[in-house]
Design a protein around this ligand. Structure first.
Ligand SMILES: C[S@@+](CC[C@H](N)C(=O)[O-])C[C@H]1O[C@@H](n2cnc3c(N)ncnc32)[C@H](O)[C@@H]1O
Length: 367
């Protein structure tokens, strides 16, 4: 589905309004893992990749990637953004003295006209668990329309990974959610009693309150940071990997992948943990997994209602299915079916959209 076919979703989510505000860009510009990866991706081997090339920056935001491409020697940079951030980009381009090379176009990339095909497309299109925001649709559209045959995509590969979250007690983020849930339930019980003193009885609504709160806290994924690879019960597995130059974006709308983990230690699995990496053709990798520094994407934690006790040699098998949220196509629904050895198969369903974020200092724009 083309984003241009999603006017309702855009109204609901106000996607381009969000990106029109400096608040969204501040969070991305502060993410040094992101900034350093793109800086190296543009400047390392710049003479082969960027120098004298025509570059298209899909979703230029405040213009940083376009400015870097110009400084790396691009012949011409077309920097496109549909949001009001295009005005901010114009300012950065001017103050960086690259106005002779960079042309800012305030338009959806699906609707823009540029005067020539391009050698390179650079874009920072990734969302939480890679695909939230569904922006790769627009990048692929631009690729198919404007990239010369054999042209370069930055990044060139993207990979989604999934691990089994088995934290030590002091790094268990699922406790935070359970405590939040308990606090809300205690508050509701107090509210019922306060209202009884005002002669109105809400006690009959308690089961709905418990259900709705539990759905909210346990079916929305959480964004976490500062975890360690030791918080996993075994090595992570790839869920999806694709070549940005050739992938058909319609396969990203709905896909499934089986998994089979062999457990390496005694552990209590509290959830699944998902993240992504992107690779650039010059060997630079942006890795948002546990054990790395903070990134504004963090990892997605999918907490289980009942934890799984496992021992070395046990197998956790199952399937992850990822699809677009039918109510908001820029969000994802993640279904996890899993079992330990030959035990009972269980199912857990999550939304990657209304992300709860749990770490102090972990900033949230789209939550
Ligand atoms: C994640 S931000 C990246 C901004 C900037 N490139 C950076 O790295 O700081 C994505 C940007 O792409 C823009 N964008 C998303 N879809 C677009 C589309 N179809 N056409 C034009 N701009 C788009 C958004 O408005 C937003 O500013």
């Amino acid at each position: 589905m083309e984003p241009t076919q999603l006017p309702e979703a855009e109204r609901a989510f106000k996607y381009f309004d969000l990106y029109g505000s400096m608040r969204a860009h501040k969070i991305m510009l502060e993410d040094m893992a992101r900034m350093e990866a793109y800086h190296s991706a543009i400047f390392k081997n710049k003479s082969e990749m960027i120098a004298d090339k025509v570059v298209l920056d899909v979703g230029t935001g405040t213009g940083v990637l376009a400015v870097w491409a110009a400084k790396a020697g691009a012949k011409q940079v077309y920097a496109v953004d549909a949001s009001n951030a295009a005005k901010l980009a114009r300012r950065l381009v001017q103050s960086s003295n690259v106005s002779d090379v960079v042309t800012i176009l305030n338009s959806k990339v699906e609707e823009v006209e540029i005067p020539e095909p391009v050698d390179v497309i650079v874009s920072e299109w990734m969302g939480c668990f890679l695909l939230k925001e569904s922006m790769f649709d627009s990048v692929a559209y631009a690729r198919d329309k404007w990239l010369k045959p054999g042209g370069l995509m930055l990044p060139s590969r993207a990979t989604i990974l999934l691990g089994l979250y088995a934290p030590g007690n002091d790094s268990d983020r699922t406790n935070v959610v359970k405590l939040k849930l308990e606090k809300e339930i205690a508050e509701w019980k107090e509210t019922v009693s306060n209202l009884q003193s005002l002669d109105v009885d809400y006690s009959g609504f308690t089961s709905e309150v418990l259900q709705d709160l539990s759905d909210y806290f346990l079916t929305n994924s959480m964004r976490v940071n500062y975890l360690s690879p030791d918080d996993l019960a075994s090595a992570p597995q790839k869920v999806l990997e694709f070549d940005c130059a050739t992938v058909d974006p319609t396969i990203l709308v709905q896909f499934s992948q089986d998994f089979e983990y062999t457990i390496s230690k005694h552990a209590e699995i509290k959830g699944f943990l998902g993240w992504f990496t992107t690779d650039f053709p010059n060997g630079v990798v942006l890795d948002t997994g546990p054990g790395k520094t903070y990134s504004h994407w963090g990892q997605q934690l999918y907490p289980l209602k009942e934890s799984l006790k496992v021992a070395p040699g046990d197998r956790v098998v199952g399937t992850i299915s990822v699809s677009r949220d039918p109510h908001e196509p820029r969000f994802n629904v993640v279904e996890l079916k899993y079992q330990v050895n030959t035990g009972l198969e269980q199912t857990a369903l999550f939304n990657v959209g209304h992300v709860q974020h749990l770490d102090e200092g972990s900033k949230n724009v789209f939550g």
